[in-house]
Design a protein around this ligand. Structure first.
Ligand SMILES: Cc1ncc(COP(=O)(O)O)c(C=O)c1O
Length: 416
């Protein structure tokens, strides 16, 4: 493994043999590999023949010497599912969902945590700490347990109960904070400084993004399979539910790496950031033409993963949106829950509210003509609805008396 760590703003190189957080300029550090040498060693054909059933199939562009070093629970290699042309989905010819709820701990956060905890373990870390909106906490708990590390999580007190319970059950020290994830982040940083824990905050640690970028690699392989093509392919449009933006930035990094490897050309999908109306710093900054996004005031949304009022990677996301000729939009909490229901009823996908948000956004962009009927569109469903059971409603359950002879008549009325 030969990795250089480069500041995403200044390009200044930092020592990869030391534990690193943000760069000296206070910005995310990005891992750089010797892709020109790797080009001679690996190819899509070689990777296709591999038998690793996880994202570590791409281990040459991940922070390990061999896949055996990975702290893994089988993350990645999630399905790219085709949407059936049914009901509101009828307007799309090629709409696909990369379903990240198939990951261990049921969200894409597993990818980032697998990579970050692999690297932390190799560097001798024994305790990790992080702020989380919920899913990252569950994933960190599981991978820390796998690595035999202690894990401390700082979550807003209104974090989905399922996330809190899975972390508690997995042995993490759960800290419920009376504030937003940004407040959790500050508290976590202060605790790490005082107690010597390793801060796993997203993008403030260089390797969570490395795990998440594998979504971009996989997508290119998945789409080639979908189109029965031997060459790797990218869609026309990608919609991504954005909080801290690590997934979006990671995928974009993967596309650049694949181009340097000679696997894809310079074409890129139009990237779409989707946020909640009550917490939309990137959407606001994008439409104002800004290059950074200030703290969004009074942030609120039921989609916990989107409740991120300020992101350290703001300037990178805004650059990606403009370079890709993409866009950014908001949906309301009511709409995103409607999206969850439509994905479940018409497609059989039981998605997180964040996934519901991007479906609604896709439909609106299609109605506005921004997405054309014949374009290939990929929605990233980042998590599973079961983590959000507290938000789901059950209004159509029938109470049946198995002793009552009129029961089947009642059933006939309900299910004509
Ligand atoms: C289900 C879900 N989707 C999306 C996000 C936002 O992800 P990112 O930080 O990569 O923007 C989160 C973050 O917690 C999440 O849990």
């Amino acid at each position: 493994m030969h990795i250089a760590l480069e500041c995403s703003l200044t390009g200044e190189v930092h020592d990869p043999t030391q534990l690193q957080g943000l760069s000296r300029a206070g910005k995310p550090l990005l891992a750089r590999y010797d892709l020109n040498s790797l080009k001679k060693q690996i190819s899509p054909e070689i990777l296709r023949r591999r038998t690793e059933r996880s994202m570590w199939r791409f281990h040459e562009v991940l922070p390990v010497n061999s896949p055996g070093e990975a702290v893994s629970l089988g993350e990645g290699l999630t399905p790219l599912l085709t949407c059936k042309p049914r009901g509101p989905f009828n307007d799309f010819r090629d709409l696909l969902v990369k379903d990240e709820s198939f990951n261990p701990t049921q969200s894409f956060k597993a990818r980032g945590m697998s990579a970050a905890i692999t690297r932390a373990a190799a560097m001798g870390v024994t305790t990790v700490a992080l702020p989380s909106a919920g899913n990252a906490a569950g994933a960190a708990t599981a991978y820390a347990a796998r690595a035999g590390m202690k894990c401390i999580i700082f979550v807003p007190e209104d974090t989905p109960p399922a996330n809190i319970l899975e972390s508690a059950c997995g042995g993490a020290q759960v800290c419920l904070v009376n504030g937003l994830i940004s407040d959790c982040g500050r508290l976590c940083r202060a605790a790490c400084d005082r107690f010597g824990w390793f801060d796993l905050s997203t993008l403030k640690e260089p390797f969570r993004i490395e795990g998440k970028k594998t979504m971009g690699y996989e997508l290119a392989f998945d789409l080639a399979d979908h189109r029965c093509s031997s060459s790797l392919q990218l869609p026309d449009v990608i919609l991504y539910p954005t909080g801290g933006g690590t997934g979006l930035i990671g995928m974009w990094k993967a596309f650049d790496e694949m181009e340097t490897l000679g696997w894809i050309g310079p074409e890129r999908p139009r990237m779409v950031v989707v946020q909640a109306e009550g917490c939309a710093p990137i959407v606001k900054a994008f439409h104002e033409g800004a290059t950074s996004a200030p703290m969004f005031p009074h942030a609120h949304t039921i989609a916990a993963g989107l409740r991120v009022p300020a992101a350290v990677g703001d300037f990178i996301m805004l650059d990606i949106l403009r370079t890709s000729r993409g866009t950014a939009m908001t949906v309301t909490d009511g709409e995103l829950m409607q999206g969850v229901e439509e994905l479940a009823r018409y497609q059989g996908f039981h998605c997180a509210p964040e996934g519901g948000a991007i479906w609604i956004a896709a439909r609106r962009l299609k109605d506005a003509g921004w997405i054309r009927h014949d374009e290939t569109v990929v929605l990233f469903n980042t998590g599973a609805a079961v983590k959000y059971n507290h938000l789901l409603k059950c209004e159509n359950a029938l109470k049946l008396d198995h002793n009552d002879p009129r029961t089947l008549d009642a059933l006939a009325l309900a299910c004509p």
